[in-house]
Design a protein around this ligand. Sequence first.
Ligand code: NAP
Length: 259
Amino acid sequence: MDLGIRGRTALVCAASKGLGKACAMALAREGVNVVITARGSEALEATAEEIRKAFGVKVTTVTGDITTEEGRRAALAACPAPDILVNNAGGPPPGDFRDWDREAWVKALDANMIAPILLIRAVIDRMIDRKFGRIVNITSGAVKMPIPELGLSNGARTGLTGFVAGLSRDVAKHNVTINNLLPGAFDTDRLRSNIEFRAGQLGKGAEEAARIRAEGIPAKRFGTPAEFGDACAYLCGAQAGYVTGQNLLMDGGIYPGTL
Ligand code: NAP
């Protein structure tokens, strides 16, 4: 299916690796020019080159921390009026909530709630003027099914979800959509480091902990970043203009509810 977004421009945050990279790749495959960000420049440049070679689109890189004012300023200077915005950043560390002070909470809120809201604020009015805009926030399956040791993530991402639930209805009449993608377990560096933390708790090796984790998923495997990127591209497509304010859970069936 042609998604009808060839020639559009996307700002894809935190996209040198993992799920952000997969979103940038899937959009580039559809002919979208992408501006990708990350803190580390080495992996970012390598990803940019990989995308250029594979899809021949324009790829711009912005090195910086998207959870800071400076990082967002740099990203928006390179891409002031994207047609598509994919919000993403690293997730907060796991732990015990007794150890998290105000600073830890503010950091999590900055990264996983306030940064995406400020980026949306910066770009949405031009999307409205243009009568086209697609915003996808990478959140987490933990919004629907909280993970106890990821309490910082559970809290911050649920705040973002509540905010965009309202805003998405307000801008839908302008063909601007806002949806959230909720990853369960996808095979990325982030997942592997969470598994290592869990392995330590269980007193097992990382491979064994990964096997146990995958066994508990109805699909009996982790998701692939490419599967995630494809869903993102669909939500950013011209045909998805009637899909907004949704939370698409991609978790191999682990969430047990009927709805
Ligand atoms: P990943 O493989 O570790 O990749 C993270 C990417 O984001 C890297 O390119 C990283 O590059 C960049 N990044 C991280 N923090 C950044 C920041 N502050 N500013 C700019 N770029 C930043 O992680 P992932 O698995 O793709 O996870 C993406 C998001 O989905 C995270 O929030 C994670 O918590 C969430 N999630 C993932 C899973 C999963 O199973 N993978 C499940 C639920 C939720 P630099 O380090 O160079 O900045």
